[in-house]
Design a protein around this ligand. Sequence first.
Ligand code: ZN
Ligand code: ZN
Length: 347
Amino acid sequence: MDINDALRFSVARISNELFSAGSIFSVYSLATTFLIAVCALAYQRKMRRGRVNLRVIARAIFNKRILLTKSSAADVKLFFLSVVLMPVVVGALVISTNAVAIVVSGALNGLVGARAPIACCDLSIKVFSTVVLFLAYEIGYWVDHYLKHRIPFLWEFHKVHHTAEVLTPVTNFRNHPIDNIFFGYMLATFIGAASGVLAWVFGRTTESFTVDGKNILFIFFLWTIGHLQHSQFWIPFRGVLGNIILSPAHHQIHHSTDPKHFNRNFGSVLAIWDWMFGSLEIPSTTNPRLKYGVVEEGADPHSVVGILATPIVRAAAALWRAPAEIGNAWMERMEQRRQESKSTSIS
Ligand SMILES: [Zn+2]
Ligand SMILES: [Zn+2]
């Protein structure tokens, strides 16, 4: 591939990303998000000040102090890198999802026996499968995200996303390529397993409602609140809704530099996994003016070296330290148990 082919390939990929209804960053999803942001800000200003000034709202949405920062520029560079490399990841993801589905349905056929294909209720099965595959995506996302915050080796790659000091919809692409690859295989495992179980239960290939191959429920949330999760607008869901759906403010808490917000709100759209596993933080009604980013010494987190090379070096160091850290934790646990049994025998 010469330079012209590479250029043509990159332009085709970027235009596909912008103009496919099922892509993460389509102009359609950005347009619906823009309308929702205008309505939400207009409503908040009407409630607070009794009047709405559209010029002030436009200035808030296209805020130069947010868009023209080093952090935003780094997000844009990662957008191009991610979109151009994406076919490789997506290709591997599709193959892996199908492979996992075949292994799971084959294992169930072998262990429990094959089930006769169900010849009725096509629409109900398709709706049910759409919901199950969406739930599989959501739990896969939560587990992947939880592991990336808990395992030092994975955190070094995921930290790139958290070094964003301002949040815009492009921040969604601020991920290290290795972070993206791990995410892809994690999703393939969960969605593939769910697809395999569905294929076995219904005795036929799993079908679901999709837009350009993406689950329609995922697209619905992307076109409504998805982009606003990476924005500066404090739009909180509270009460019952705040325990079910992660609002933009929920995810902004996840990016907060305040230690009391660390390891909170790991989910994508559904808050139920965070609620079930005790990591849910419901946002306040009023905007707490959070700060975003990661405070630490080292290379500029918005430079090419800081984004691409530093995480690899730090992840390798974390891997090197892992046996000693596991050994120390085990020794501490043993010592704690010894002390506990000693105090029990004295009493
Ligand atoms: Zn995170
Ligand atoms: Zn984020």
